[in-house]
Design a protein around this ligand. Sequence first.
Ligand SMILES: NC(=O)c1ccc[n+]([C@@H]2O[C@H](COP(=O)([O-])OP(=O)(O)OC[C@H]3O[C@@H](n4cnc5c(N)ncnc54)[C@H](OP(=O)(O)O)[C@@H]3O)[C@@H](O)[C@H]2O)c1
Length: 350
Amino acid sequence: MARQSLQLELAERPTGAIVPGRTFRQRRVAAPTEADLQDGQVLLECLYVSFDPAMRGWLDDRRSYVPPVQIGEVMRAATISRVLASRSARIRAGDIVTVPMGIREVGIASEDQVEPAPPALLSAGGKMTDLLGVFGLTGMTAYFGMLKIGEPKPGETVVVSAAAGATGSVAAQIAKIAGARVVGTAGSDEKCRWLTEELGLDVALNYKDPDFKAKFKQATPKFIDVFFDNVGGEQLDMALGRANAFSRFVMCGGISQYNAESKSGPRNFNSIISQRIKMQGFIVFDFAKEYSTARAQIAKWLGEGKLKRRETIIKGGVAASDEAFKQLFQGGNIGKLLVEVKNPDEVSRL
Ligand SMILES: NC(=O)c1ccc[n+]([C@@H]2O[C@H](COP(=O)([O-])OP(=O)(O)OC[C@H]3O[C@@H](n4cnc5c(N)ncnc54)[C@H](OP(=O)(O)O)[C@@H]3O)[C@@H](O)[C@H]2O)c1
């Protein structure tokens, strides 16, 4: 029988959170084959899919930094995939690549969408899944957001929200490497213990603790010089209230608002003026030309043991997508969240 490919298609735009079994439809289609390839294209099988909070934003039909996913389209996602067949001079069958192939088991991509795994990174203490983690977009976001926008100085106080996530955990450690005193916030005591005991943050606070507000104030006695925000909402407001003069607010994400049907903005807005805060949003793609520099530095820090990373891998393939979205928005992950679509050690067939 011809090979089938399971894919996740957008069925209906959510108004709030993604609704399991309703927002997306899973459909089995005939898998493309080598015979379908045109010059410059490659046939791929997916090994891992990256689950990113930004995916929720791509479901809304509004102007953004990328066009929305259309109803009926395969859900956009970054993947680690293996090349099954190639009509590209640059990419060979058997290569492991990163490619925004969407949530599907087998697909075709043009060679300019495909990035071969740099062997130097993997040999420098990296592993395959790092291609979507520390060496992928979340690692790049942490690196450029913290160093180019946050610019932490030795002795300054840096606060990172969603600090046990893929981006936050790397951003917080980079601030430590820069010599700052680092406070992280996260949604469980287990995550907070990981941040202080394993990653070396100075303080980690569980934002679900009833005394969170008081503890946030205690943890920032000299106020905040850099706030790396992944969450927005209430935590952004609290950080504005504790901002130092001339502090930098790195506006990386606002996950607390992504599913909210009515978005709430900060009340402490006037602090931006009184404390002369520089607040800057960014999209990681702005730094694409510098990724290789960042990856080399991150590989060095990994090798020296200065930077640690963790990942949460959900098994179950494309069918586990609803579960992965649920975990992402309910804090089920520590570090980078991935779904394993195929065990890389399993034999492939065309
Ligand atoms: N600007 C860019 O180019 C760029 C690129 C990549 C990512 N980002 C942003 O960076 C942020 C982190 O992304 P990531 O991929 O690294 O994801 P992640 O932090 O690994 O996972 C998301 C985490 O957010 C926390 N969270 C979920 N809902 C929350 C809520 N209502 N309030 C507070 N925390 C909540 C959860 O942890 P807890 O248990 O701590 O709640 C969850 O584990 C996101 O806002 C994302 O959009 C921006």
